[in-house]
Design a protein around this ligand. Sequence first.
Ligand SMILES: N[C@@H](CCC(=O)N[C@@H](CS)C(=O)NCC(=O)O)C(=O)O
Length: 228
Amino acid sequence: MMELYIANKNYSSWSMRPWLVLTAFELPFREVLLPFPKERGTGHFKQDVLAINPNGKVPVLVHDGLMVWDSLAICEYLAEQFPERQLWPAGRAQRARARALAAEMHSGFQALRNHCGMNIRADLAEVGQTLWAEQPDLRDDVARVCQIWSERPDPGGFLCGDFSIADAFYAPVVWRLKSYALPVNEDSQYYMQTMLQHPAMQAWEQAAKQEQDWVNYLEPYQSEPSSS
Ligand SMILES: N[C@@H](CCC(=O)N[C@@H](CS)C(=O)NCC(=O)O)C(=O)O
């Protein structure tokens, strides 16, 4: 049985990608969730991850005596292991596009990442409004995302036809744009709805919203609600 090591579903955008792929394509796996510590550098998260992956990060896939780290490498490994499931699109043109889109997400969109950390349960619309007004690099990133989302082959569908690894790579952006209520064009709103209705996205969302952990260093815009 494959094992996928991830961190908190509310916060861990990299963990989300291979988890969605495994879930959406109904590949059997066991999830191992290693929660982030409340304060950076405390707790045993790092030590637990280092015990399986020397680079100290999740996600990590363990399968058949192999340890595969990095979300894109994990998805490529899965695509190779289960070719009949077509984790990448079957057609050459859409497959090439899907790979390019996943690579672009994997290596870019720094402003979106830096300013708008994924926080599924949060309503950060006010923060989003300020960021939108003050951060031109963020507006550029969102414009590029909207361009990509508007170029779908079927306006009612996924990025490259059926749901594929490319969509899993843009899934955390759907959450970032939603939590920070950043303005997007109509095509992109439609894509976001399509994604939010996908059963794998809904399963992740539900689990994320049930999490109680509050990770201070991933909450730069709000303080922990008091329990009393
Ligand atoms: N490029 C890597 C990034 C992995 C990554 O940064 N993971 C974060 C969790 S979302 C992590 O493990 N952070 C812990 C740390 O840096 O100590 C991937 O695609 O898997």
